[in-house]
Design a protein around this ligand. Structure first.
Ligand code: PEP
Ligand code: MG
Length: 551
């Protein structure tokens, strides 16, 4: 008897298409940890066993770090670095060793109790960033536990070409697999900003969450299709569905012959579309030449700091880095977005405690409040401007007053530098991120003070739908491009066109091929996408015809 095709919906954490067999990964939380008392004479031996497990874990992490660096997965390197640092945390050293002495219990049981307590503490904080830290602690603890206790689930046991399911993924599970071995991931819980998702994206592995364990148990071992563009899992596909997805799977970014890519792709009816790249690390610059991008539409400068390419917010250090980036970019335009700090990006510095950080002192508001930081970045950028085609992008602009204040601040710093005889480029376009509905409503006024616009659909969606972007439940509910946001894009594009200034879309949806046609229909002609999706995006654009009907 043949089964009818079944389709399930999940939340997209990493885009792409994969076909493979569904493999259920055993969680380390399923391990049975023995607990027994030890004699005083055995205490030193148990502590030694613990130290050796930590040393082995460290060696393993250092090896993994090397592999990830060679793979070019810098996001993963940063996360593994934080695990190496965590190994030196006193709670993992004195906390555990002290309790082995005091309680006279075997190492595994003491270690498990200390970790459970620590993880519980982070979980109760009800803050996404802190919960993320809890997952990192769990991740590191399962690595150590693996060396203490021999029952283990390792990536080596995963069959080739699997689509791996786990209730929850920890960063190491995505970091340790090779994209040639595992094809994709599915989980029940997990958000787009989780470390596991970040690593999956950096490796080009598709990943969906919100898929229930009960469902997976029913279909374990089946050959399934994961569509990480539309957020679908398909079981028992028809021959047509399978043929369609096999063709799509072949088009993973790595398989597109790059020589055939034009700099500016054209739609079937001859409309040229500009494709820029979003950049979070200097490392990705080499991809941009290969993929022949027209420019860099968004440098998330705060990520240069997160990824430790920038160590301090010191003006001169910033200047050297921005200059290097401009020089490496050659004659490409480079759009530097000023530090987008606050809200979920409070890792860097969080001097203020706020009840509602996403609606609080973030982004441009943060810079206006901490003017030394604002000044250091503006001066560094102005000084670097003579070394390339630099543009400045202001994050989360909300009203005219704020925009004028920010522009006056930049103009003042420019004057101060010129007075000192420092060279600054004659023309530095200043643009705004469109991320707040108030901007869209007042766009006719704001646009008059902008040299360009860039629509940040990630935040625009969050603020339009009042739906936390880092919460998988709310992201999943409204999809990547809700109709309300589509209407906003259309409004903004029309205002920009009326005023003759360029407008791009730089949110995640620009990389999502399921929405390329829609964005074109809304009038978007400049896309700024994640580097790894650029070959696919260019190819997709070349297959589309512009819709001429009304929206
Ligand atoms: C956005 O909000 O769409 C955007 C591009 O900015 P970020 O994702 O860095 O907040
Ligand atoms: Mg944003």
């Amino acid at each position: 008897m043949t089964q009818d095709e079944i389709r399930y919906r999940g939340a997209v954490l990493s885009e792409g298409v994969a076909i493979g067999s569904l493999y259920l990964l055993k969680s380390h939380e399923d391990w049975v940890i023995p607990e027994f008392s030890i004699t005083a004479a055995k205490i030193d031996q148990e502590i030694e066993r613990y130290r050796s497990a930590r040393t082995r874990s460290k060696k393993e992490l250092e090896t993994l770090r090397g592999v990830l660096k060679d793979e070019g997965s810098l996001e993963a390197v940063t996360i593994i670095d934080s695990h190496i640092q965590m190994l030196e945390d006193p709670f993992l050293i004195d906390g555990v060793e002290g309790k082995i002495r005091d309680l006279q219990k075997n190492t595994e049981s003491v270690f498990k109790n200390v970790i459970d307590e620590y993880v519980g503490y982070f979980h109760n904080l009800e803050d996404h960033a802190m919960q993320e830290r809890a997952i990192d602690v769990k991740d590191l603890s399962s690595r150590i536990m693996k060396h203490l206790h021999r029952q283990q689930a390792s990536s080596n046991t995963i069959p080739l070409q699997s689509i791996v399911y786990s209730y929850e993924l920890i960063p190491s599970q995505t970091a340790e697999v090779s994209p040639n071995h595992v094809k994709a991931f599915l989980t029940e819980i997990g958000g787009r900003t989780s470390h596991a998702a970040l690593i999956a994206r950096s490796k080009g592995l598709p990943y969906l969450s919100n898929i229930s364990l009960e469902w997976v148990k029913e279909h374990e071992g089946a050959s399934i299709i994961l569509d990480g563009n539309e957020g679908l899992v398909i079981v028992y596909p028809t021959v047509e569905t399978l043929t369609y997805y096999k063709a799509l799977e072949q088009k993973r970014p790595y398989f597109i012959p790059k020589d055939s890519l034009p700099i500016t792709p054209e739609t079937q009816d001859g409309t040229p579309i500009t494709v820029y790249a979003n950049l979070e690390s200097l490392y990705d610059l080499h991809l941009l030449r290969e993929y022949k991008v027209s420019g860099i539409g968004l440098v998330r400068t705060e990520f240069l700091y997160l990824k430790k390419e920038l160590v301090a917010f010191d003006e001169n250090e910033q200047f050297l880095l921005y200059r290097k980036l401009l020089q490496l970019a050659g004659n490409m335009e480079v759009t530097f977005r000023l530090f987008d700090l606050g809200s979920d990006k409070k890792l860097f510095c969080s001097p203020i405690l706020e009840p509602n950080p996403a609606l609080g002192c973030r982004s441009l508001r943060f810079l206006m409040r901490y003017q030394d930081l604002f000044r250091s970045q503006v001066r560094a950028l102005l000084r670097a401007s003579q070394f390339g085609e630099l543009k400045i992008l202001l994050p989360l602009v909300t009203d005219v007053q704020e925009l004028l204040e920010a522009k006056a601040f930049i103009a003042k710093e420019r004057e101060a530098l010129l007075e000192k005889g420092v060279k600054v480029a004659d023309v530095i376009p200043i643009g705004c991120m469109v991320e707040v509905p108030a901007f869209v409503i007042m766009c006719d006024q704001l646009v008059k003070h902008c040299d360009f616009l860039s629509i940040g659909t990630n935040d625009l969606t969050q603020y339009t739908l009042a739906a936390d972007r880092s919460n998988p439940e709310t992201c999943y509910r409204y999809g990547p491009l809700h109709e309300s946001v589509q209407r906003m894009i259309k409004l903004v594009v029309e205002e920009a066109n009326k005023n003759g200034i360029p407008v791009s879309v730089c949110g995640e949806v620009a990389s999502n091929l399921a929405f390329t046609q829609t964005l074109l229909e809304l009038g978007v002609r400049i896309f700024s996408a994640s580097p790894r999706f650029i070959p696919l995006l260019k190819e997709k654009i070349q297959t589309l015809t512009l819709y001429t009907g009304s929206f």
